[in-house]
Design a protein around this ligand. Structure first.
Ligand code: GLC
Length: 542
């Protein structure tokens, strides 16, 4: 177990993301719950993770599956109670697993009592907790669009003003310019810290310092000032791990966010690699062929750019993204090998790896007919593009590749009905491949994807070069191979990954033939070629 009283304990840690709605149902409601997570803590302890990032479980009307919070200090009854949360925190602690809560501080739900009061009168003390502008009905202050479609402005007749929302209309943006609002958020965070949570993930944190008059949404002028205040008033009073979601982060900004002096956050999620699949300047749905060489170069830039002066988060998927084995891997005959390869590629790097639930089983995307999608972003996009005249097949193609519901199908525990996720009707369809891909089949199988992740996590704890070594990209232009080297004061590590359904000819660099093999997804094979989706990690003394 990591010693979490040490500052920066998280530099050796591995996190696991739970999307609670889809993890484990214990009541037959069709929706996962906190008791379900408690029941599966031993599974996570076996995997070896140190932190659970829990997507929001706070009281919420669930317009955006909990990313619309109506009470930051209450658990939504669909998930359980505050006492279940206390049990989860205690059960995690016993196993060396900290709970990282997902704080949505950029916006609240329109059902939050602050907003309910704010919308009644311009003189209400809560009015200024939100972002309002004058205007006339039908003529919003400007043409800004919300991320989930439509205008970013919503008219409220009672106050004869528009409020600003970067996401759904039911997610009004909070006004961080107001010091009383900020204090109220800090007090809430301290309240959760007192309950024993060990970290926070900060939803769209780079969007809090908005300035809609200048059409600024992310990276607003006061962003880092707000973050330093937030951090000093809350996180720095404990030994927490914090990660901000920052779609607008570049390397210089990430150095500020993850400054080793701890003045802001531990790290951010940046999305440079993630956005490589879309046409530049277009929407996430406008796909382009995956640029493999760019992927390598991007990882290399971030590894080198933050080494010694910041810290990376390492992830390939989450609840908003497609399953990595279906995206960068090959989810047909090479599913197992490519899932292991992607894990090798990522877990060989410096930073904190995040495993998204089911990734450790090699869970895949799902293709649903439009009626079966549940995600509001997907449904809105379908309607907007239909209205704009896009071809049905193109729209469905984008959804199958990129819908957030790909990641949100229920966790596949075993081959019983509904994959052991629920005794009721699941809120979102279970992927029919659960009879072949499930946890029960993998936990005791030494060759499974699960066992491979378990080994990778254990290696991170026993091989300091993984957490402290520098990074050099080899073969930068090779169209199939991702090869890199890590080095600390005592040894060198070589990570080799063949991103291909075919064999690739390749010789190990000089001096590596007798190196120790730490892990690989095939038995050692003949020199001079790599098998389809073959991956390995080798180590040798300096
Ligand atoms: C983040 C979350 C996403 C949510 C959005 C609005 O991007 O990850 O799920 O819909 O913020 O809160």
């Amino acid at each position: 177990m990591l010693d979490k009283t040490q500052k920066n304990w998280w530099r050796q840690a591995v996190a696991y993301q739970i999307y609670p709605k889809s993890f484990q149902d214990t009541t037959g409601s069709g929706t996962g719950d906190l008791q379900g997570i408690i029941r599966r803590l031993d599974y996570l302890a076996r995997l070896g993770v140190d932190v659970i990032w829990l997507s929001p479980v706070f009281a919420s009307p669930q317009v955006d599956n909990g990313y619309d919070i109506s009470d930051y200090r209450a658990i939504d009854p669909i998930y359980g109670s505050l006492s279940d949360m206390d049990t989860l925190i205690a059960g995690g602690k016993k196993r060396g697993i900290g709970i990282m809560l997902d704080l949505v501080l950029n916006h609240s739900s329109d059902q939050h009592r602050w907003f309910q009061a704010a919308r009644t009168s311009r003189d209400d003390p809560y009015h200024d907790y939100y972002v309002w502008r004058d205007g006339k009905p039908g003529t919003p202050p400007n043409d800004m669009k919300a991320s989930f479609g439509g205008s970013a402005w919503e008219w409220v007749p009672e106050v004869q003003q528009y409020y600003f929302h970067q996401f759904a209309p039911q997610q009004p943006d909070l006004n961080w310019e107001n010091p009383r609002l900020r204090r109220e958020l800090y007090d809430m965070i301290l309240w959760w810290m007192d309950r024993g949570v060990e970290g926070f993930r900060l939803d769209v944190i780079d969007q809090i310092a908005k300035d809609p008059d200048k059409k600024i949404t992310n990276n607003g002028p006061r962003l880092h000032e707000f973050l330093r205040e937030l951090s000093a008033e809350t996180f720095q009073k404990g030994c927490l791990v914090t990660v901000g979601e920052a779609w607008g982060a570049d390397i210089p900004r990430a150095r500020l966010y993850s400054n080793p002096d701890g003045s802001e956050l531990s790290m951010v999620f940046q999305f440079e690699q993630i956005m490589l699949d879309q046409q530049p300047g277009k929407e996430k749905w406008d796909l382009q062929p995956l640029p493999f060489v760019e992927l390598k170069k991007s990882f290399a830039r971030w590894q080198q750019g933050l080494h010694g002066c910041g810290f990376n988060s390492l992830f390939l998927n989450n609840h908003d993204l497609p399953r990595t084995v279906s995206h960068w891997g090959s989810d047909g005959v090479w599913r197992v090998q490519s899932a292991k390869l992607l894990a090798t590629m990522l877990h060989g790097m410096e930073g904190m790896p995040y495993i998204y639930q089911g990734e450790e089983l090699g869970m895949t995307n799902i293709s649903l007919p439009i009626e079966e999608y549940r995600d509001l972003e997907s449904i809105n996009m379908y309607q907007e593009r239909k209205a704009a005249g896009y071809a049905e097949a193109d729209i469905m193609n984008s959804l199958h590749a990129k819908s957030r519901d790909n990641a949100r199908t229920p966790m596949q525990w075993d081959d019983s009905p509904n994959a052991g996720f629920t005794a009721g009707t699941p809120w979102l369809k279970v992927n029919p491949n659960y009879t072949d891909i499930n946890a029960a089949q993998q936990v005791d199988d030494p060759d499974s994807v699960f066992s491979y992740y378990r080994q990778l996590i254990a290696l991170r704890k026993s091989h300091p070069v993984l957490t402290e070594g520098d990074f050099t990209l080899l073969e930068p232009e090779h169209p199939k191979l991702f090869v890199y080297c890590r080095r600390n004061a005592t040894c060198q590590l070589l990570v080799v990954c063949n991103f291909s359904d075919n064999e690739t000819e390749w010789m190990l660099p000089d001096g590596w033939a007798d190196a120790e093999r730490l892990i690989g997804n095939y038995e050692p094979g003949p020199a001079g070629r790599l098998r389809p989706w073959e991956a390995m990690m080798l180590e040798r003394p300096l």
